[in-house]
Design a protein around this ligand. Sequence first.
Ligand SMILES: *Cc1c(COP(=O)(O)O)cnc(C)c1O
Length: 471
Amino acid sequence: MEKLIIEKSNGARAVVFNGAKTPETFLDKKYLRKNSPKLPELSELDIVRHFTNLSRLNFCLDTHFYPLGSCTMKYNPKSYDVLCSLENFTSIHPLTPADYTQGTLEIIYNFEKLLKEITGLNAWTLQPAAGAHGEFTGALIARAYHAKDKNRTEIIVPDTAHGTNPATAAMCGFKVVNIKSNARGRVDLEELKKVLGPKTAMVMLTLPNTAGLFEYDILEISKLVHAAGALLYMDGANLNALIGLVKPADMGVDIMHINLHKTFAAPHGGGGPGAGGVGVREELKDLLPLGRVSFDGKKYSLEIKNKKSIGQVKSFWGNVAIIIRAYAYLRQFDGKTLGEIAKNAVLNANYIRVKLKDYFPAFFDEVCMHECVFTTPKDMPSLKALYVAKRLLDLGFHAPTIYFPLIVPQALMVEPTETESKQTLDAFTRAMKQIFEEAKKDISILEHAPHKTEIGVIDEVLAAREPNLKW
Ligand SMILES: *Cc1c(COP(=O)(O)O)cnc(C)c1O
């Protein structure tokens, strides 16, 4: 295993030849450091090699196919990194008066207009810094909406929701009411009717749900929710499955968030911040966080006063660089071409689903959306999802999400995304078939995988219970 830099420290500084000029030779002694902190000391070459080698141990989107379900690790045009790094964006001080920041405000304003068209929801905030932060904002809006009705203390969450949904509801002081899904992995309407009532503040639906499935009964669901006086929240983190094909407002959604990372450019977990914009129906508009951009026909400005608002959820304007990337990405499309994103995301997931049918069956055997949840074959009980994930690393692929959603035994949640080529998908399915064959022949190859990575099989329980952290 690669040593820590402090362990490699050997007192060297740079390559210094006898007689060459170093600061010590020409600086007055009084400027020289006396009590240096104990930092690792290596030659410059050794430092560069240390960090370069560390970076090469990583599996990342720029080096490998990364089908991590729910996380949408997809192509992120490098030109957008250049765009959002333009000095006119990066050099703005957050307190600069609006007169000097009209361009950036205009982008935020225009982006909001595009989101309105795409979702049918009337007003947006781009402040939340992540998907979960968007949910938090949405739950606070629901609380403010029901302020006069103190009985509405519950949020209903199906068992196919993303894990952040119940966590958010609980964090905002709501009681979380779980409902079991039906045999097809969808909301069970009878279960919903049983718990829906005068105590319900909101129902949070992940759509597509974490089984990668569309809720066919969405119109019936939204009717029931509204008849009970509650709000319908859509976790639209993965809107890349639906964008351009259906508008959430038409399905009866009152509040939603979109992960601008994931759905537009910037992959989730790409090492940077995210953005979880929240959109609402007209009657909830005033409850949105402060700091929205308005336009009076001449000038863009930031709203800083509004008595009904839930307040501010993030300092200044949110993660503007992500908003600029997302805006640039969206501008490539129009109303006719936008649906291509979703069609390709759905096609790619289903391509893998069908190709792997005889090896790793999809748990819900029907057309999926942007991701497919596989399980291990019933007649191979010793083959665990964990082994498949680890062995994939040996074969040059990042592991999919495993053991999630919880309703699927030995779940392998694969999200190929809309931007991978057929060749890559074919290579991935070949690797999966190889793992299947290996499992039939000699499961021990899989039990001890990965073999080719710097760190092999780890004791996961020990790592979780007694982490030995080094930095
Ligand atoms: C990723 C994801 C979230 C959480 O988003 P973060 O940006 O990680 O907070 C919520 N819901 C779904 C469905 C997701 O896929």
